[in-house]
Design a protein around this ligand. Sequence first.
Ligand code: WQD
Length: 341
Amino acid sequence: MSILVTGAAGYIGSHTCLELLNAGFDVVAFDNFSNSKMESLIRVEKLAARSLVFKQGDVRDRAFLQDLFSKHNITAVIHFAGHKAVGESIRTPLTYYDNNVSGSIALAEVMSEFSVKRLVFSSSATVYDAQNNLQIREDSLLRPINPYGRSKLMIEQIYQDLAASDTQWKIATLRYFNPVGAHESGMIGEDPNGIPNNLMPYISQVAVGRLSELSVFGSDYPTIDGTGVRDYIHVVDLALGHLAALQALKSCSGLITVNLGTGKGCSVLELIRAFEHATGRVIPYHIVERRPGDLATCYADPSLAESLLGWRAKFDINTMCQDAWRWQSKNPQGYGNVSNY
Ligand code: WQD
């Protein structure tokens, strides 16, 4: 019996494949490498000292999916495959709706065809109302403000209707806050294409000398020090949250929706200081204008994850920074140029 992982070679997908292998699951993985590299899964197999089945393919390709389901005894699916950059989604919305929404429909149709009806879906905190400056609960107002967030909410609603149409479906929708860090080995980690949009990989690339200085987007927010506050969660905590969701599907019915966050907010300046303290590196920065679309504060109420999944985040911000730095310092160019492994 195998777990199918879509988008398996990506940042969160690769970390989840490692935890699945470590937990004794058999894994069938695929990716179209639109934002990932095979090297991540080669290293996952080394770390786990176990192999997985990998096929290159696209989640929108029904024939590809049917071939996978016909050749492997897949019992559940963890669905990561999708584009995830907010700015890019504003520039190319059709690509985001086709890849994210059409791909999620194709996957569910083929799952249904093979009577595989256990699904863990990778959603995002960007489905929430951006003006919500309080600790965010799963029943907080939903009001995404960009095509990426809207694509995730559409998929959530499609899967909600699917679960309502057939009681055999068991679906867990996981809303991530801000994934950061890397596996403690430093062998796998976040490897964004081009200049990073997100804060932690940008800081890491400044620390390793790939980028010269961090621009802090705004210091006039109504927060502890004027800079944006977010709920940073260690990617291994996030991966383990998927295994907990898989386990919870055995006893749940229909669709459950759960935040995966720490419940703690951390400002940009606090993260810079934490990174410098954890790594001994100096992060030069300068304050610039706010980034359009950014909100002041976004952090989770993680209590439902604890009650429904029996899961809570374990790693603190210091560990997140140490693990992010170990990955970046061992792999200054990410997976691009094979580092010392
Ligand atoms: C965090 C804070 C910025 C970069 C995004 C996506 C979201 C999710 C996580 C997929 C903010 C500030 C950032 C920089 C900065 N991804 N910042 N300088 O925007 O909270 O969420 O990633 O699900 O969908 O929207 O994360 O890391 O971009 O920003 O000052 O160079 O860091 O203003 O306050 P964000 P982020």
